[in-house]
Design a protein around this ligand. Sequence first.
Ligand code: HPA
Length: 276
Amino acid sequence: MSNAIYEKITKCVEAIREKTSFEPDVALVLGSGLGNYAENIKIEAEISYNDIPGFPVSTVPGHAGKFIFGYVGDVKVVCMKGRIHFYEGYNVSDVVLPARVMKMLGAKILFLTNAAGGLGQGFAAGDLMLITDHISMFAPNPLIGPNIDELGARFPDMSEVYKKDLQEVIRSVAKENGIKLQEGVYAQLTGPSFESPAEIRLLGNLGVSAVGMSTVNEAIAANHMGMRVCGVSCISNLAAGLSENPLSHEEVQEAADKAAPLFTKLVTESIKKFQI
Ligand code: HPA
């Protein structure tokens, strides 16, 4: 049976294949703070989302984003500079379309990064956090609707989305490079409003250490397809109610930019060490 979502994915893959035959092993989604990550890639090809028919693109002019294909060390990567968020108004199937496309281009590992509000014990703005697990039920599930059997099972297991061996690599890289690395559970909420202090207290009671507006949609879709997932959050701020200041996008961006050098190092050295 044909499935409109699957057809859209395969059309995007075909459009990309008309422009490059590069087959990445690792897919990297760049969150806030890693906007200049392309500097660390030996670039082989770049494809603007605008040039892929059907691909969800931002309606803000100049903010379309692009795929960057190339090498981190000897590792073949595809990077997403600019991700699709549910709060922008896209269907969740469009939010996860890029991850599905990157898998079909060859990527076996999905490395997710983001900026997040921190509520874990002892967390401070500027910390990096290894995502050990997630809480998804405050965000739409991207697998709702007819199952796309070509991609994965109807009821996929989610007991180890963030693969232990990849976590171990990231931990060891942090240690070797003297990078402080927190660990914890990431919860995705829809946004775009930040959380209320009561919501943050609730999430704390649920065992959440970091909260944001991305990542879990993509992680679920990737796990469904059998990709090996890992993720790191940049704790750009303490979550609502945990500091005196009201939250602002500017504060998030500023803190993420400040953490960028260490974040970049952690991501780059980890990718080089992953067992593909
Ligand atoms: N809440 C949700 N998303 C975020 C935050 C936050 O505090 N900081 C960065 N992204």
